[in-house]
Design a protein around this ligand. Structure first.
Ligand SMILES: [Mg+2]
Length: 259
């Protein structure tokens, strides 16, 4: 289908990243392995000099104690001698990544490692080829754009600042992560509409996950389900688009979203 922002009265386009602006495989096949391979070296160098990393290691330790108490069997954590702490944190971080756990201190560490890679030019944020032209088209029409992703705001900004198509951050006025609430909850979208601020019906949310669209629609936002052909063919089981995806108008590329 094709969708017209002006015909629908859309002033703000709110975008998901994984599976919408960016192949899911970039996250699982590039970003996560990049952080995983460098976490030991990074913590060795940064843990004693960067207070934010020191705090993240502290938080990881607390989270480890909770996981152990809950019988989740994370790898062991040694705090003594002092230099056993970093290998313990590394093993726990690898374990959290294997479990695909959404953990705030894990995201802090990953974000810092990615930042280093992006700034060094060894990492580039992948976007689908139709994304930069859509940003130009929509913004020329006066629409403004924002991101709502489970990746941290820092990770979002880095991805778009160092994208394969250059710096796309001038197009992005807002960045939201799960600190505003979960993506499957209507209250999160209400909060975003209040923050922007725009009336919910003037905001179009585009995502590849029907459950997120259902939450956005419940808050009064307009919605489009983005079904990328590459993801349809992919054997990867997740994220499941979920039941109810037939409720939402479908686009396959941002070329379908006219100004
Ligand atoms: Mg997604």
């Amino acid at each position: 289908m094709s969708f017209s922002l002006s015909a629908a009265g859309v002033r703000v386009v709110l975008l998901d990243i994984e599976g919408t602006t960016t192949p899911i495989d970039f996250v699982y096949g590039t970003l996560f392995p990049f952080a995983r391979q460098r976490v030991q070296t990074y913590l060795d160098a940064a843990a004693s000099v960067d207070p934010e990393i020191e705090g993240a290691v502290e938080d990881l330790h607390k989270q480890h104690e909770q996981d152990a108490a809950a019988g989740q069997m994370p790898p062991g954590w040694l705090d003594q001698p002092g230099d056993a702490r970093i290998p313990s944190a590394v093993a726990y971080i690898h374990w959290l990544m294997d479990c695909d756990r959404k953990s705030r201190p894990l995201k802090v560490v990953q974000g810092k490692i990615w930042e280093q890679g992006y700034r060094a030019g060894t990492l580039h944020g992948e976007v689908y080829p139709d994304v930069p032209s859509a940003f130009r088209r929509w913004s020329a029409h006066g629409a403004r754009m924002g991101i709502y992703s489970s990746g941290s705001v820092l990770a979002q900004q880095l991805l778009f600042a160092h994208s394969t198509a250059g710096d796309l951050t001038p197009f992005l006025r807002w960045h939201f992560d799960t600190s505003v609430g979960a993506k499957m909850e209507a209250a999160s979208y209400q909060h975003i509409a209040d923050t922007i601020p725009a009336s919910p019906s003037a905001i179009l949310f585009i995502s590849d996950v029907a459950g997120e669209l259902a939450a956005a629609a419940a808050a009064g936002l307009q919605t489009l389900l983005c079904v990328r052909q590459s993801e349809e063919r992919s054997a990867r089981p997740e994220p499941s688009r979920g039941a109810g995806s037939g409720r939402f108008p479908v686009i396959h590329t941002f070329d379908d979203v006219l100004a």
